[in-house]
Design a protein around this ligand. Structure first.
Ligand code: AMP
Ligand code: MG
Length: 504
């Protein structure tokens, strides 16, 4: 392993997680990746980390982010965690192919930098420690796309590839993703130490999270660990409401994929739905649909109960832990209604809006309407409702592009009439401003599976132009730009045949 110190490479690495001590990880060096090449990089994130874009494009950075060189100041380690997978206790898991390099400063505080796919670790179990190009590109694109959509998420700095073969269902090639988050601590980290009865370690971990990420929970009255559980529950409820509002399915909501910070992490078989189907299962390995779109809110609650169980030795009383979690369904429902009210152009959700949203989702499901296109067209329609007295003809012309998405047009007409009345009854209703608000919450562009697949296919052939074009477009998901209309269009029919599994 080469060691190098290269201006203007990052120099000031910090190591807050490492300071927790060896109970929490194993120091471990990346396994070199033969003849790496650049696949993609996020310059906005590079700048946020104080990295020089020229350096990031260069040969030294290529070696560093492929695991072939370790910069002065980096202290690579693999952390240990456990977790529940598909509802069952899975025992010890851990960073089987991820290595934390340390933290770099940013305007929002220190950010952890991890390599994913840099070889086997003591936690690899039967895995090869590698990641394939396909899944690394998907995680890279989606992390940055989620950030641009305003969804809390780990981010992605860059991807490098190699022609080194990796065996999955078929032989693929290796890649290394460099990802970034304030912390990669998962619910499973807590479960690990609770399950083993290592209560000192459990407390040290919880105190670490309180100190760095939830100081308010320590300062409030009451049990700080119960406060932490409540705070994580609130963040998770808000996160899953955002997923639902975007038609996003995570795909593998195991407790080891649940961030203690309420971030979207571990992008695997995720999907933004094309045709809306509440029972949609994006993960081909999820035979029973545990992680179907409509189950995500309940599954996240279940995961929070696992976290509550793990924190119990610190909280002390079961009633306190349960009390911290009992508000989750109401918190989620409120966040969900607020998100969907905003999607509908409403400035505040009223009690009757829950029914309005529910009816709409049933209509969308009944006619398998394209989720993103529906919301975008609906946003434009509002501009045609200029005044309560606006002629019926102009209102129906405005709604026509939305209406044509439905087969059951009578049912849609009734819903649309009610929605229009509701909008126009809002005090100070302004059609143009309503559309502008809706366009800022209903994206024109999401990372549909087929877009990812097309970029991956080209990248496999050594052509990264489609990937770059998609990455750039995903950086401004709410603004339609000339020349990008094809990306915001309906999915081609072959998209329904794409099968994405846990294999990555
Ligand atoms: P995931 O389903 O990607 O969240 O992974 C679950 C667990 O399996 C985590 O502990 C991963 O580190 C580990 N894992 C997944 N793929 C591999 C691999 N190819 N090699 C080693 N460990 C892996
Ligand atoms: Mg995982």
């Amino acid at each position: 392993m080469q060691r190098m110190s290269l201006p203007p490479a990052p120099s000031a690495w910090t190591h807050r997680f490492a300071a927790l001590g060896p109970t929490f990880y194993t120091k471990w060096q990346p396994t070199p990746l033969p003849a790496p090449y650049w696949v993609g990089a996020s310059l906005t994130l590079a700048r946020a980390l104080g990295l020089c874009p020229h350096w990031l494009h260069g040969e030294h950075a290529l070696q560093v982010f492929s695991g072939n060189a370790v910069l002065d100041g980096m202290r690579p380690l693999a952390s240990v965690y456990s977790g529940h997978q598909f509802g069952h206790w899975a025992g010890q898991l851990g960073d089987g192919r991820a290595l934390l390099l340390g933290e770099l400063a940013s305007a929002t505080g220190p950010l952890e930098v991890q390599l994913k796919g840099a070889g086997r670790t003591p936690y690899s179990r039967s895995g090869d420690g590698r990641a394939v190009l396909r899944s690394s590109i998907r995680e890279f694109l989606c992390s940055e796309a989620m950030h641009a959509l305003g969804v809390p998420s780990s981010r992605a700095l860059c991807v490098t590839g190699s022609h080194a073969p990796v065996q999955r269902e078929e032989v693929e090639t290796a890649a290394v993703l460099t990802r970034v988050a304030p912390s990669f601590i998962r619910f499973g980290h807590f479960e690990h130490f609770a399950h083993r009865g290592q209560h000192d370690a459990l407390k040290a971990l919880a105190d670490f999270v309180l100190e760095h990420f939830y100081p308010e929970c320590r300062d409030q009255t009451g049990n700080p660990y119960a406060n932490l559980l409540l705070a994580v529950s609130l963040r998770s409820a808000a996160l899953v409401a955002q997923w639902q509002a975007l038609g996003f399915c995570h795909g593998v909501l195991n407790t080891d994929n649940m961030s203690i910070l309420g971030l979207t992490v571990d992008y695997g078989p995720f999907q933004f739905m094309d045709a809306f189907n509440p029972g949609h299962i994006c993960n081909h390995s999820d035979e029973r649909g545990r992680y179907a779109w409509q189950r995500q809110p309940a599954v996240v609650h279940w995961n929070l109960l696992c976290l509550g169980q793990a924190l119990l030795p610190l909280i002390g009383r079961t009633e306190l832990a349960l009390a911290a979690l009992e508000s989750y369904p109401t918190q989620f429902a409120a966040a969900f209604e607020q998100r969907f009210a905003a999607k509908l152009g409403l400035t505040a959700a009223l009690p009757q809006d829950a029914k309005r949203i529910d009816t709409l989702l049933q209509l969308l499901a009944q006619d398998a309407v394209d989720f993103s296109i529906f919301w975008r067209r609906l946003s434009h329609a509002a501009a045609g409702f200029a005044a309560p007295s606006a002629s019926l003809a102009s209102a129906s012309a405005a709604i026509a592009p939305v209406r044509e998405l439905f087969r059951h047009t009578d049912a849609f007409d009734a819903w649309a009439q009610d929605w229009r009345d509701r909008l126009q009854r809002q005090s100070g209703f302004d059609a143009g401003a309503t559309t502008a608000r809706m366009l800022a919450t209903n994206p024109q562009l999401v990372l549909r599976n087929h877009l990812g697949e097309m970029a991956i296919e080209r990248a496999r052939a050594g052509d990264f132009s489609a990937l770059q074009r998609l990455q750039t477009a995903l950086e401004h998901p709410f603004t339609a730009r000339p020349g990008e209309q094809d990306l915001a269009d309906f999915a081609p029919t072959w998209a329904a045949q794409i099968q994405i599994s846990c294999s990555s």
